[in-house]
Design a protein around this ligand. Structure first.
Ligand code: DI6
Ligand code: FE
Length: 408
């Protein structure tokens, strides 16, 4: 019996290692490296010169290409009904956001269209967006609910997300975000809506095995810290990890709330303070930066990157792919924007789309190239992996391997 299923040689490895001997160099790079896979996992990796005398069923030359951990988008809303393109166009022709929302536009137009869509229609509409993520090198994509806001439509969104992952052959992590906005039938009764999430939506999603995580939108225009605490308490009771949309539009101490409630991540963070960054560091909460929403909203307040760095908070980068504030289905573009708008280095951006994104999702089996982790590998036609952040719009993915098998 050969020792390994597959041995890949002549590779330049960006291991993104966070510990061990390769962590000391930028990108955890190994210049002339080899990786062996067995049972879908990484069985060996290192400099080719140190390859042990082991046998492999197959060998494959990377022909000098760079290999990174497959990319991970840890924050998307890529399942939704309808389109907001017309609204986008109207706004650029001078119709105010208030006027559009008075007419029932904005997030509520996505809610109406999502409620009216079948599971099939939601899958069909989202498929090309998920394909775009995969073409960009993603083997793990998180998808949130939150455009249904009633029991049926929230569950339908999660079922659509489940099917999309199965169909595409990648990992989709499903997040219940029923606390995204207050649905019209609960107008003036936010407490009752939170009860409904806690007593009905969350248990039903859990029972059906549709939910991996729970999220909420903490914001003056959305939900309060008390609301979030109740929802997260129920999530914890079911053993589900939580994360939080925090400090996107106003300084509401959201990062502190996320840290206090043990959230895996706090996302957006434009208005987070130094104290918020320190609280996140102490709690081990990942900062998820979403430059697409920042750009499309014309935001001028940037997340406190220097404070996050100084405190040692791991920073992830994601698209926030959604029809309202971040119509973007490219994680590579989010990486480029995170460097151009927030000053992240190319290495921070790549860590943000691999190892730190895995942490934001609570996944310890991926995000780096290391023995024992999943064989989720992206092969790139680039001179150097810094190019993945430097260039926008180039199609550089040479191959994508998921769980030790070639997908693309
Ligand atoms: N933050 C956002 O920017 C989006 N959701 C959120 O929690 C907005 C969603 C939309 O406008 O459809
Ligand atoms: Fe979001």
């Amino acid at each position: 019996m050969p020792d390994w299923d597959l041995l890949i040689t002549d590779a330049r490895l960006a291991t993104m290692a966070t510990s061990g001997r390769f962590a000391a160099v930028p990108y955890g790079a190994i210049d002339r490296g080899a990786v062996a896979l067995s049972g879908g996992r990484i069985a060996w990796l290192g400099p080719e010169a140190e390859l042990p005398g082991a046998s492999a069923t197959r060998t494959h030359s990377a022909e000098g290409r760079w290999i990174t951990p497959a990319l991970i988008d840890c924050h998307t809303h890529l399942v939704f009904g309808g389109s907001r393109a017309e609204e986008f166009e109207e706004r650029l022709m001078g119709v105010s956001y208030e006027e559009i929302s008075r007419r029932g536009g904005g997030i509520m137009s996505s809610v109406r269209a999502t409620r009216a869509a079948s599971e099939e229609a939601l899958v069909d509409a989202a498929r090309h967006r998920l394909d775009a993520f995969i073409s960009d090198g993603c083997a793990t994509v998180e998808i949130k609910s939150g455009y249904g806001l009633d029991l049926d439509a929230e569950l339908r969104m999660l079922r659509a997300a489940t099917r999309l992952g199965q169909e595409a052959g990648i990992t989709v992590r499903r997040t219940l975000l029923a606390a995204h906005a207050l649905p019209p039938e609960f107008e003036g009764r936010r407490d009752a809506y939170v009860d409904f999430i806690v007593d009905t939506v969350l248990p039903a999603a859990y029972e059906e095995g549709l939910v991996d995580m729970v999220d909420a939108y903490l914001e003056r225009i959305a939900f309060s810290a008390d609301d979030v605490e109740r929802i997260f308490g129920r999530a914890r009771g079911l053993g589900l990890p939580v994360r939080l949309h925090a400090d996107q539009l106003t300084a509401g101490g959201g990062a502190e709330v996320a840290a206090r409630l043990g959230a895996l991540s706090a996302d957006h963070l434009e208005y987070t303070s130094e104290a918020g960054a320190a609280a996140m560091a102490a709690a081990g909460t990942v900062a998820v930066l979403l430059p697409g929403a920042y750009l499309m909203l014309g935001e001028t307040q940037s997340p406190p990157v220097a404070a996050l760095r100084a405190a040692g908070v791991p920073m992830a980068v994601a698209t926030d792919c959604n029809p309202g504030t971040s119509p973007m289905a490219s994680l590579r573009s989010a990486m480029s924007l995170a460097s151009a708008l927030f000053g992240l280095t190319p290495e921070e951006c790549l860590r943000g789309a691999t190892v730190h994104a895995a942490r934001a999702l609570g996944l310890s089996d991926r995000g780096e190239l290391a023995v024992g982790l999943r064989g989720d590998l992206a092969f790139w036609d680039v001179d150097h992996v810094r190019d993945l952040t430097y260039w926008m719009g180039t199609r550089d993915l040479a191959a994508l391997w998921v769980g030790g098998k070639r997908l693309k």
